[in-house]
Ligand binder design. Structure first.
Ligand SMILES: Cc1ncc(COP(=O)(O)O)c(C=O)c1O
Length: 1009
């Protein structure tokens, strides 16, 4: 009532008051009033809208901390745009026919918790998880996270908030760390080249399979997988093989007769039962057959085992998480992928390489980017975009901290404990089925497995359940001597004292398979071993990187919003981080609750019926959703439907995912105003009527507008037998305002690392759950080891049943703390912030697209083509100049090559929006001076940007630039107080691709510098 009355007052004031008075009236209203019907409290005590006694109101309501503009700022922005309420503004921005009722996402449907209430609730759920000592293995271990890495990397926003290092001049820290990761993998596997992370071991194996097929010229359609490969890897391989029409054979590779159609073979070393096998002869046989050998392996084992690169592997992959990344109920973890030099141009994922800057100094940046899916689109064989950069950085830091000597000591201890267990178990009359091992034993206990499991459970111990006659166990760095005595008691039934144990006198690693080559000789792995040194190295690298800790990162399509501390805190509690993904489900009841509540809330938000949280990234969600659509068609006897319509403006992962799901891509045109060409869509849908499987649409579009035609487009697809996949990367514009189901979709993925506040981690992790309509729910992905998915499920798309489970907590906390009203207010503010920026930049830049009411959605596309025509200034020049102003540039040259896509999000305050707009306007002035001939076209303040300290401290004789040093680095007054320095000058991409170097400098190189 209060709100309605206040608005009526404002409306009256608007009609009769002079402008200054109106401004006062708006600014003096609380935010609740600005938000109209859906108003919410602001700074809690400033309003009594929610509480009869304001003095009792909670002081830590999350929405107030998450949403940048306060009531006065919101009112100011609305006024600048000519509105007297948020509702009136939203009415002009989002088409009426797709709006949802305010009750859809409201405090009744999702009640808000304060920050302190959330932590209490998270503690309750944590207590429902039971942390057992876990020896299940199967690719997951209880990692020991060095506290210096836990606190200063995983829990440090300077490491977790930056974006993928597309702007390398302000990302040298994490690029260096990712090169450390690559070097670590190359050195331990003895392979020529390694990438900087894939999503998980199983999807890395799938990439190896597809790469083997692609390299063999697409004729060899059979891929052979050894029986010793982990079941979750096998499940993901089966899903992927189906999409590419490959013939997957599971066999004992020791006896399998290779045929000419075999493109590759995958073995696991050590295998799932712990056996270490010499595959040298197999490698020769495979190569003689013209096929590739892929090896799934374990980095810690390779400190003791002869590395695959020394016995003929072509591709080596695995999970790096036991290098200091918690098991976390399955992830996030960084998978690694290494290959021989001959294969490097087909390698999936991000590759970091060395190049040089314009001053000739060495500098890192993403290498060979033409391999990436957003360039290759439907020709891509992989859809990796977001990967696992933060976890790769943690693993690399772990190797830096321990160095080769420390790693050898850890591996030596793990192996010695495994040897002690083996000897004791055998002395007690049991046998170990795998004579050669590193850390994993398969104990044969005919008929006695369940008794062993019972004894183990009574001591709070999990062992691997194999069958009635066999029990598995895998040891890791966390195991202590007393853990070993407990294990012996479990297996032998007798108490053993720790003092009776002595180091084993033998090793079960055959001499032919022992590692003799050195590893990690590079200085970086042999320097930072004290905590002081390590802490300084971590902070030294972080200081080179621009993250949300410095300024807004207005990357269109990426939604770089606040990653709140309160939602990050539960993540590293042991009750969440020390749960094995295949632990008995009753030990993970807290996680089950998080999965259930988050899935339900995501369904309320999207309007869909069911969700799967398994996909590990947005692109993985696309792939999963399209596989679900395929399975649906197959279930109706329409498996021949394989055409996927995709607008030309779509993100590159869309066509790449469609190909991976076994579809054929047909492009749909867009109109001059950026909207979908509905008549082209209709024509194509009718042309392919009999084969139409799906239509993929991003909404609001990648051009930053809510198109009116979306429901019409979806109708056309349904009339022609297809299903609609809605790419939810832009969901931040929709929450509580519209939703994918109302727009007409059947399935959508959500980037939890965008809309739902999981940090981007400098290039990952991400989570890409899919939400589906009721008819698609039966097909949601399953898992071979933990019951999940629909009744008619497709096989797994990720290694772990709930993907990157631990970071689901962040989105769960975000949704719970904002509550329904805070969620929809966030989206409305995101729309307002973008429109305010469009208004401020009007007259300075060309806004490419807007709707009939002059409104953009949650992002805006500005076109810089005119500057190229007039003065040869490219989008990159503007982007690099923004670095001098301390800002991360917006998304560049996508979806249109001459444009910048700017997305502020709701978390940025008016002051920050203005600071960014001031910078853009100043750059416009600088560009005008260049256009006017005051600075040469090839030597000016934009072309020479960014300006690191090394540039402005050049001697006068070398400062041959037509502007002062001050103009270069302090173009606006605020920079004198608040300067972020790029550490290198503009980087030469082409040089680095021609001279590809993807590893750390050696001792000799460091010495010669
Ligand atoms: C529109 C759109 N779709 C899909 C994706 C892929 O998401 P991810 O990077 O998590 O794989 C992105 C990523 O930026 C995107 O912008």
């Amino acid at each position: 009532m209060r709100c309605a009355r206040s608005l009526a007052v404002v409306a009256r004031a608007r009609r009769s008051s002079p402008p200054s008075l109106l401004r006062l009236s708006l600014a003096s209203l609380g935010r609740a009033q600005c938000f109209g019907q859906s108003g919410r409290s602001r700074r809690a005590l400033s309003t009594a809208a929610d509480y009869s006694h304001a003095v009792f109101a909670p002081l830590d309501t999350f929405a107030d901390r998450h949403i940048g503009p306060d009531a006065g700022e919101t009112a100011k922005m609305l006024e600048r745009l000519g509105y007297d309420s948020m509702d009136a503004f939203v009415d002009d921005t989002v088409p009426k026919h797709i709006r949802v009722a305010a009750t859809t996402v409201s405090n009744d449907s999702i009640p808000p918790l304060t920050e302190s209430e959330l932590l209490v609730r998270a503690k309750e759920l944590a207590a429902q998880n039971k942390v057992f000592r876990t020896y299940i293995g199967m690719g997951y271990h209880t990692a020991v996270v060095p506290p210096v890495i836990l606190r200063n990397v995983l829990e440090n926003p300077a490491w977790y908030t930056p974006y993928t290092p597309y702007q390398p001049e302000i990302a040298q820290g994490r690029l260096e760390s990712l090169v450390n990761f690559q070097t670590m993998v190359m050195s331990l596997t003895a392979m020529d080249i390694a990438n900087a992370s894939l999503l998980d071991e199983a999807t890395a194996a799938a990439e190896a399979m597809v790469m083997s097929y692609a390299v063999s010229g697409s004729k060899k359609r059979t891929f052979v997988v050894d029986r010793g490969v982990a079941p979750q890897t096998l499940a993901v391989l089966r899903t992927r093989a189906k999409g590419f029409g490959l013939n997957l054979v599971v066999a004992d590779v020791a006896t399998y007769e290779l045929t000419p159609d075999v493109s590759g073979v995958l073995v696991q070393y050590p295998d799932i039962n712990g056996q270490v096998t010499d595959y040298t002869a197999l490698a020769d046989k495979i190569h003689a057959n013209g096929s590739l050998l892929s090896v799934a392996t374990d980095l810690l084992a390779l400190t003791m085992l002869k590395p695959p690169g020394e016995w003929g592997a072509d591709i080596v992959l695995g999970n790096s998480a036991r290098f200091g990344v918690p098991a976390a109920y399955g992830g996030p973890h960084a998978a690694f992928f290494a290959c021989t030099n001959t294969l490097k141009r087909k390698m999936p994922g991000r590759l970091i390489g060395l190049s040089k800057d314009t001053m000739g100094q060495p500098a890192y940046r993403l290498a060979l980017q033409t391999r990436e899916q957003h360039i290759r689109r439907e020709k891509a064989t992989s859809n990796i975009c977001t990967a696992q950069a933060l976890l790769a950085n943690m693993a690399a830091m772990y190797a830096v901290y321990h160095g080769p000597t420390g790693l050898r000591a850890i591996a030596g201890k793990v192996h010695a404990f495994a040897q002690i267990v083996k000897d004791a178990v055998e002395s007690a009359g049991l046998t170990v089925a795998n004579p050669a091992f590193f850390d994993t034993l398969t104990v044969a206990a005919p008929g006695g497995a369940s008794a062993i499991h019972e004894r183990a459970a009574s001591l709070g111990i999990n062992l691997r359940r194999i069958d009635n006659d066999h029990v598995g166990l895998t040891l890791d760095e966390s195991v202590s001597l007393s853990d070993v005595t407990d294990l012996l008691a479990v297996f032998t039934g007798k108490e053993v004292s720790a003092s009776s144990l002595s180091p084993p006198s033998q090793t079960s690693i055959p001499s032919s398979l022992r590692r003799s080559s050195e590893f990690l000789p590079h200085p970086v792995f042999n320097t930072h071993h004290s905590e002081t040194e390590m802490m300084r190295y971590i902070f030294h690298l972080a200081s080179k990187d621009l993250g949300l800790v410095h300024a807004m990162i207005p990357l269109g399509s990426c939604t770089m919003k606040l990653n709140s501390t309160s939602s990050m805190i539960p993540l590293t509690w042991p009750e969440f981080s020390n749960i094995h993904p295949f632990a008995p489900t009753e030990q993970a009841a807290g996680y089950a609750r998080v999965v259930k509540e988050l899935s339900e809330d995501l369904c309320k938000i999207t309007g869909f019926y069911a969700a799967s949280l398994q996909p590990n990234s947005g692109a993985a969600g696309e792939y999963a959703g399209l596989c679900v659509i395929k399975a649906y068609h197959e279930s109706r006897g329409e498996g021949h439907r394989d055409v996927c319509l995709i607008p030309v403006s779509a993100h590159g992962t869309n066509p790449a995912s469609a190909i991976m799901a076994g579809m054929k891509v047909v492009s749909v045109k867009t109109m001059g105003d950026g909207s979908l060409d509905v008549s082209d869509l209709r024509a194509k849908a009718e042309q392919y009527k009999d084969k139409l499987a799906a239509f993929m649409i991003t909404y609001p579009s990648t051009f930053g507008v809510f198109e009116d035609g979306v429901t019409e487009a979806c109708k056309i697809i349904h009339e022609n037998g297809g299903q609609v996949y809605l790419d939810g990367a832009n969901l931040n514009a929709q929450v509580g305002v519209t939703n994918p189901a109302t727009c007409g979709g059947d399935v959508c993925h959500l980037n939890l690392h965008k809309t739902f506040a999981i940090p981007h981690g400098g290039g990952g992790p991400g989570v890409g759950p899919i939400c589906v309509a009721e008819h698609l729910a039966p097909f949601l992905p399953s898992h071979p080891l933990v019951a999940t998915g629909g009744d008619n499920a497709i096989e797994a798309v990720s290694a772990a049943p709930f993907g990157s489970a631990s970071i689901l907590l962040i989105s769960w906390a975000y949704v719970k703390m904002l509550g329904g009203r805070g969620l929809s207010d966030s989206s409305k503010t995101a729309l307002l912030n973008a429109n305010y920026m469009a208004e401020r930049l009007r007259g300075h830049y060309t806004l490419r697209y807007k709707n009939s009411k002059n409104r953009v959605a949650h992002e805006l596309l500005i076109d810089l083509a005119e500057f190229d025509k007039l003065a040869g200034l490219k989008v990159t020049d503007f982007a690099k100049r923004l670095q001098d102003f301390g800002f991360h540039p917006p998304t560049c040259s996508w979806p249109i090559s001459t444009c910048m896509l700017i997305e502020p999000t709701e978390s940025e305050s008016l002051e920050e929006l203005d600071r960014f707009c001031d910078a853009m306007i100043k750059i416009r002035e600088e560009a005008d001076a260049i256009i006017a001939g005051k600075q040469p076209k090839d030597n000016n303040v934009l072309k020479n940007a960014p300006h690191p300290i090394a540039a402005i401290t050049l001697p006068d004789s070398e400062w041959n630039r037509p502007y002062t040093r001050e103009q270069a680095v302090f173009p606006l007054p605020f920079l004198r107080q608040r300067k972020f320095w790029p550490t290198v000058a503009r980087i030469d991409d082409a040089y680095g691709d021609i001279n590809l170097v993807c590893e750390c400098p050696s001792v000799e190189e460091v010495a010669s510098n």
